[in-house]
Design a protein around this ligand. Structure first.
Ligand SMILES: [Zn+2]
Length: 117
């Protein structure tokens, strides 16, 4: 799920984050032992989609930061999927692409292989 900002889906529309997202953010801060501002993230949904295309292939979620603007897009089919949402939150907390195993696997288990729901 590496996410160049140029891949941000053009048909994504802004969404108000569902209530669960704040607690998911706090759980992600806790496992990562990092803190960040939840309200800084602008959330987007890709309507009617289970995936959206990027140059690296189809994705279900994507984090992007351009300057001070932090955006996360989620395919509509995954907006209630804790792993997908928290995976992108962890990118935002770490402010980076790529998946350092210390965070994505050991501390938080936020990959398909390590997720235990
Ligand atoms: Zn990723």
């Amino acid at each position: 799920m590496l996410e160049p900002s140029s891949d941000f889906p053009a048909n994504a529309v802004p969404m108000t984050p569902p209530a669960a997202y704040l607690s998911w953010w706090q759980a992600t801060e806790s496992c990562a032992q990092r803190t960040g501002r939840f309200t800084r993230i602008r959330w987007y949904v890709v309507p009617g989609a289970m995936t959206f295309p990027t140059h690296e292939g189809p994705k279900v979620g994507l984090w992007s930061r351009v300057g001070d603007e932090v955006r996360i897009a989620v395919a509509e089919g995954y907006v209630a999927h804790e792993l997908v949402v928290r995976h992108e939150m962890l990118h935002a907390l770490l402010d980076r692409e790529g998946h350092p195993p210390l965070y994505f696997q050991q501390r938080c288990g936020l990959t398909w292989e390590t997720w235990h729901g």
